[in-house]
Design a protein around this ligand. Structure first.
Ligand code: PHE
Length: 340
């Protein structure tokens, strides 16, 4: 009996199925429901009592050998199949084309503006979209009864008279001035919100870039020179006009127009027949604002400005409807794939 089992184990060890079918034959023969090992267990009744235990273990060994061998053979066959696939790899095949996306026109315009001011030594500062009343209004010298504080113009957070969506990027001025002393030279790009009816020319959300320069002896002439340089770089002309204006946080205040001319219909329309395009609001930082933020107005002075991005992007790319910026229609965005 023992010799029979021994022969079987040798047979199993020597087996070498080459294909899947042959492996399946192996499985049926040694591990299937009618396998050849099973009857050997039955033979135990013909084995002398004192050898029964040893015989049982030996047959078990045959069964384990078959199981191990099967696992090994299966693995070897699968590996071989993998190698066969590898032979099909064609390294000369062209790769999948990588489709490039495009930058949003607001981002490109913003990047241009930021890089112009960076060349003049301004660094980028940021503040939160959800602001508190103090940074957005109080610190910026905007009186309690100012119409901008009205619910009609400002989005307040639900059940709050304190937290709001910032209506301009000017609160970043307060955030910077309360956390550092002059010299300060920053620009702050960001999204702002106003409770306005959405149309082709106005939106409830848009983007601004704020600028702030505070140091000893900063003058109105410094501001004008800075803005002239900006106009030259952005619009290709230093021809600007400062019109007297009013903002609670600057004194004196002005609005700046850039000369775009009227030599084509587009510029005529954009400038409403004047040749001038309004770009930004600016002025000397009101001493009260410096004081509110812990900066000595006797020692320091500064200028600030704030400009909308959308209008500049509209002029730059000849876009006539502000809503297009926020719809993310791929057919619109794809047109800017060549713009960096
Ligand atoms: N915050 C003003 C606005 O939103 C712009 C501005 C900024 C004006 C800084 C003067 C100084 O219209």
């Amino acid at each position: 009996m023992f010799a029979k089992v021994k022969q079987l184990i040798e047979e199993i060890e020597a087996a070498s199925p080459k294909t899947k079918d042959e492996l399946e034959q192996f499985r049926i023969q040694y591990l299937g429901s009618k396998n050849v090992i099973k009857p050997l267990f039955g033979e135990i009744k013909n084995v002398p009592n004192e050898q029964k235990k040893e015989y049982g273990q030996f047959v078990n060994q045959a069964k384990e050998t078959a199981e191990r061998k099967f696992a090994e053979l299966q693995e070897a066959l699968e590996a071989a199949a993998g190698d066969a696939d590898a032979d099909l790899l064609d390294l000369t095949r062209p790769g999948e084309p990588l489709e490039l996306g495009s930058r949003h026109p607001i981002a490109t315009t913003l990047n241009r503006i930021v890089s112009i001011f960076q060349r003049m030594g301004f660094t980028v500062a940021e503040g939160p979209d959800i602001e508190d009343d103090w940074h957005n209004f109080t610190a910026m010298n905007t009186p309690e009864d100012h119409p901008a504080r009205d619910m009609q113009d400002t989005f307040y957070l639900q059940n709050s008279t304190e937290m709001l969506l910032r209506t301009h990027t000017s609160p970043v001025q307060a955030r910077v001035m309360t956390s550092q002393q002059p010299p300060i030279r920053i620009i702050a790009p960001g999204r702002v919100y106003r409770n306005e009816t959405i149309s082709a020319r106005s939106h409830a959300q848009f983007h601004q870039v704020e600028g702030l320069y505070v140091d000893e002896g900063v003058s109105f002439a410094d501001m004008k020179q800075t803005l002239m340089y900006f106009a030259q770089e952005m619009f290709g002309t230093p021809k600007i006009r400062l019109r007297p204006s009013y903002f609670p946080f600057t004194e004196p205040s002005a609005e700046m127009d850039v000369w775009i001319g009227m030599d084509n219909e587009k510029n005529y329309r954009l400038s409403k027949g004047t040749g001038w395009l309004e770009i930004l609001g600016c002025g000397m930082v009101d001493p009260k604002v410096l004081e509110n933020c812990g900066i000595d107005p006797e020692k320091y002075s500064g200028f600030a400005f704030g400009m909308g991005i959308e209008r500049q992007a509209m002029r730059l790319y000849d876009i006539h409807d502000i809503r297009l910026f926020f719809e993310n229609d791929v057919r619109f965005l794809k047109q800017f794939s060549a713009v960096i």
